[in-house]
Ligand binder design. Sequence first.
Ligand code: HEC
Length: 132
Amino acid sequence: MLALVSVFSFYNFTIYTNSDAQYETPLSDKALHGQELWQRNNCFSCHQLYGLGGYLGPDLTNVFSAENKGPEYIKAFLNSGIKTMPKFHFSEAEKEAIVTFLKEVDASGYYPNYNATIQSDGWVDIEYKDAK
Ligand code: HEC
């Protein structure tokens, strides 16, 4: 029993003091503020990032860099709301923080990361997008 307890203690000690396992967020402070607003206002209940989240609204992974979209477009939706999306009363700084969060998410990659086209013979042609 003592041996088991010792092994368990040693195991715990190595796991919880291993600095490699500590997650470092790549987000800037401003983006972290935006992420906090994103979570506190339940954007996730309707929107997805990398395909994960609610499905009332669209995936927002690449809304920042999408053609004809971007910072002003995102802010306009926050100001006015649309369909089931409520109007939010964010300050200019809060809107900036949310836009920065979505900008840094966008810079991390694509979702989906491929274009798929169905050929006439039934095969699917998959073209992967380069990592950002
Ligand atoms: C109750 C559901 C709901 C919540 C909560 C919500 N949204 Fe939306 N959102 C929607 C819907 C629905 C649309 C419009 C989809 C459409 O164009 O038909 C939308 C559209 C958007 C768009 C435009 C997307 C595009 O590609 O055109 C952005 C940006 C956006 N929302 C950001 C947010 C942010 C940021 C939050 C949190 C602060 C949020 N939304 C919270 C439902 C929601």
